[in-house]
Design a protein around this ligand. Sequence first.
Ligand code: NAP
Length: 244
Amino acid sequence: MELGLAGRRALVTGAGKGIGRSTVQALHAAGVHVVAVSRTQDDLDSLVRECPGVEPVCVDLGDWEATERALGGVGPVDLLVNNAAVAQLQPFLGITKEAFDTTFNVNLRAVIPVSQIVARGLIARKAPGSIVNVSSVASQRALMHHSAYSAAKAAMDMLTKVMALELAPHKIRVNAVNPTVVMTAMGKINWSDPQKSRAMLGRIPLGRFAEVENVVDVILFLLSDRSGMTTGSTVPVDGGFLVT
Ligand code: NAP
C-alpha cells in the first residue's frame, strides 16, 4: 500500500535502538525528513551514517527542561512518534522511587513537552498532523513485575485519547500502538528466560512474539493519511493476546 509519506517531516523519540531506530529507517526510506531524538550519541551517529539527512538530537527525555531546550528550535514537524521508554521491571514490593520516577518521566511525562512543541507548531502553521504513541499490551493486562511500566503505559493510553479529543479540531490525529513482546534490546533483557517467554507465548493465539517490522508497519499506517479517520485508538500488535 502506498502511504504517501514522501516530503513530510517526522520526529521519532527513542530513535537510537529497537523499534524507534527501525521506524526512522522506514520513514527515511519512504522519503520523509526525520528528526531522530535519543540519549546515546553513538547510536545517533551510526543512524545518520546509515540514513544521510536524518537530523539527530541527543537529549535525556526524562528531563523536561532539557527536552524543551533541545527541541524548542526544531523545524516544522508533521508526524510524531513518541516511542522512547525504559523497562526497569521490579516486583511490586521492591519498587524503588528512582525506578518509578525514571519510568514515569521517560515513558509518560516526556510525551507532553514533545507533543506540545509539535502540536503548537502544527496549529501555528494550520497544518494537519499525526501523532503515534508507542504503548504496550502491558497497559491492559497485568504482567508480573510490570507495576510501574504498566501504570505508565495505561496512563499513556488514556493520554492518547484525551490528546485525540483536544487536538481533533486542529486536524491532528493521535493514536497508540500496543505491541506484545518484541525481541529488541529491551525485549531481550526482560523475556530471554525460556520459562518466562514460554508462558507468555502460551497466551498469544498466533503463538509468536512480534517482529519489529510488525510494529513499524502499524506506526507508519497510523502516521499516514491512509488512517485518516482513525484517532484516539489503541491498536494492538499482539498476535491476539488481548482477546484472551
Ligand atoms: P529499546 O530497544 O530499549 O530502545 C529504546 C530507545 O529509547 C533507545 O534508543 C533508548 O536510548 C531510548 N531512550 C530510553 N530512554 C531515553 C531517554 N531518557 N531519553 C532519550 N531516549 C531514551 O526499546 P524498544 O523495545 O525498541 O521499545 C520501544 C517502545 O516499544 C517503548 O515505548 C517500549 O515500551 C515499547 N514496547 C516494547 C516492547 C518490547 O518487548 N520490546 C513491547 C511492547 C512495547 P538509550 O539506549 O541510549 O537509553
